[in-house]
Design a protein around this ligand. Structure first.
Ligand code: UFG
Length: 333
């Protein structure tokens, strides 16, 4: 089965590509490398010993996307292409709405034209918005998105649901919590451009000596130690969730939404301690003020994915910290 990954050269997409190839699928990647580099493709091929069909295109470009469909005849699509930096989306909202919505509309139109009717969409826990009860369950009504990036995820979910309602499409929407870690080979991993915004990439750069210390955004939240709590999930567990989503189409149609997390939250200081213990390194940090828009605590209810997809996260916080560090060390050299 040929699976098209839009944005497949990115952090999450590259790990999904490995998992798909190792599960016997053929992989086509469409990516414009706006937030990734071509070395990732070679790395995926090295890890798996298999070839990827690569198309360097903007997914919003319908003419070029149509050619990809004509040449490769995918049976299913995993849609990851999109901008994803929360802070940047606040300063460049139009760029986020234009890119993320355009990519999705072009993709759905081309899928319809080619009778490709299976879509897995990369969504985010950010769609739950502010003020929800924990843990987050899939049927919760979505609150107001706290930033334009989150709003694009909400809009795209709605676009997909409306399209499924008109009959030709089946979709699985996966709401990721906080993906971290890297493939065990350390050949692929998260490589943000510039100074990282997210916790684990920042810790990785402190650990490999590229940055002097971590700034912990607030220790006055109503949590165990006052720092923010999140549901971190190993990117390889996340990748497996996509393979299970594709299998779900064998017996199901319509649209279904699943949280992909572990169901367990860790605080910033717990992550720092886990990283230090797993890797025998010190992570110097200082406490600074809260970051705008951050929530105190976020974690998933993961029962639905377990019950309907037969999926659950298996890798531990120690695995996440070790694999992140191994990749950070290779990146530094
Ligand atoms: N944090 C720090 N210092 C840093 C970076 C982060 O203390 O340098 C803290 C944050 O305040 C938060 C926690 O670490 O408490 C996690 O922050 P991240 O930026 O790693 O992750 P977020 O939960 O804020 O956001 C992530 C993704 C979003 C996605 C969201 C879904 O980056 O794209 O999860 O819940 F929308």
């Amino acid at each position: 089965m040929n699976v098209l990954l839009t944005g497949g050269a990115g952090y999450i997409g590259s790990h999904i590509a490995v998992e798909l190839l190792e599960s016997g699928y053929d992989v086509v990647i469409a990516d414009n490398f706006s937030n990734s580099d071509k070395g990732v493709i070679t790395a995926i091929e090295k890890i798996t010993g298999k070839r990827i069909d690569l198309f360097e295109i903007d997914v919003a470009d319908k003419v070029k996307l149509n050619e990809v469909f004509e040449q490769t005849k995918p049976e299913a699509v995993i849609h990851l292409a999109g901008f994803k930096a929360v802070g940047e989306s606040v300063s460049k909202p139009l760029m986020y709405y234009r890119n993320n919505i355009d990519c999705t509309l072009s993709l759905l139109e081309i899928m319809e034209a080619h009778n490709v009717n299976k879509l897995v969409f990369s969504s985010s826990a950010t769609v739950y918005g502010i003020g929800e009860r924990l843990p987050y369950t899939e049927e919760m009504l979505l609150g107001e998105a706290s930033n334009p990036y989150g709003a694009t995820k909400q809009m795209i979910e709605r676009i997909i649901m409306d399209t499924v309602s008109c009959g030709w499409l089946s979709a699985v929407i996966l709401r990721y919590f906080n993906p971290v870690g890297a493939h065990q080979s350390a050949l692929i991993g998260e490589k943000p451009q510039g100074i990282p915004n997210n916790l684990m990439p920042y810790i990785m750069q402190v650990a490999n000596g590229s940055l002097p210390e971590l700034r912990v955004y607030g220790n006055d939240y109503p949590t165990r130690d006052g720092t923010g709590v999140r549901d971190y999930i190993h990117v390889m567990d996340l990748a497996k969730g996509h393979v299970d989503a594709l299998k779900y189409f064998q017996d199901n149609d319509g649209v279904e939404v699943f949280n992909l997390g572990t169901g367990v939250g860790y605080s910033v200081l717990e992550i720092v301690a886990a990283f230090e213990k797993a890797n025998g390194v010190k992570i110097p940090y200082s406490i600074v003020g809260r970051r705008d828009g951050d929530l105190a605590e976020v974690y998933a209810d993961v029962k639905k994915a377990k019950n309907l997809l037969g999926w659950n996260a298996k890798l531990t916080i120690e695995d996440m910290c070790k694999d992140s560090y191994a990749f950070a060390l290779i990146e530094k050299t």
